[in-house]
Design a protein around this ligand. Structure first.
Ligand SMILES: Nc1ncnc2c1ncn2[C@@H]1O[C@H](COP(=O)(O)OP(=O)(O)O)[C@@H](O)[C@H]1O
Ligand SMILES: [Mg+2]
Length: 148
């Protein structure tokens, strides 16, 4: 088994542009897939999640779960939106039963996934968002795939 890594860099120039990219990403997602999002507050993680959720046919409005660490949505498959910003520690994480989500039949979208790197499955799409200026974001996609 080896690991392959594919990297793509995209610049978006508006909120709508990042949401559009989210919808494109959604087309490649299958049940059980995991997308890890990292980047500072305001980088656009939730914005991208909104696009992905829309692309997965989620009808509800998706926003950052302020008091909850996870929100579940119904789309063409279950969509689990995590925001680990307030995650206090790993006890918190295991009490969520995160494995049921990561290894289940839905798609998991995880903001601040860098806080739980040791607990991530080996295969996931990593999305790094960087604020260039008010309207511009640099978005780096890295597809981590285990090859058999
Ligand atoms: N190109 C862009 N992509 C994403 N968001 C943008 C962009 N330009 C401006 N914004 C704004 O930046 C903010 C991003 O917020 P949000 O998605 O909640 O970030 P995060 O979840 O990373 O904290 C929103 O107010 C959004 O309208
Ligand atoms: Mg957010």
């Amino acid at each position: 088994m080896s690991t392959s890594k594919q990297r793509k860099v995209i610049i978006t120039k508006s909120t709508a542009g990042t949401q559009r990219l989210g919808r494109e990403i959604a087309r490649q997602l299958r049940p059980g897939d995991l997308v890890c999002l990292s980047g500072d507050l305001g980088a656009g993680k939730t914005c991208l999640v909104q696009g992905i959720a829309r692309g997965l046919q989620v009808k509800d409005y998706v926003n950052s779960p302020t008091f909850k660490i996870i929100n579940e949505y119904k789309g063409k498959m279950p969509v689990y939106h995590f925001d680990l910003y307030r995650l206090a520690g790993l006890t918190d994480l295991s009490s969520l039963g995160y494995e049921e989500y990561f290894y289940g039949q839905g798609v998991s979208l995880v903001e601040w996934a860098e806080k739980i790197i040791p607990y991530l499955p080996k295969q996931y799409l990593q999305v790094e968002l960087r604020r260039v200026n008010e309207q511009t974001r640099k978005i780096i996609l890295t597809d981590w795939r285990k090859k058999k």
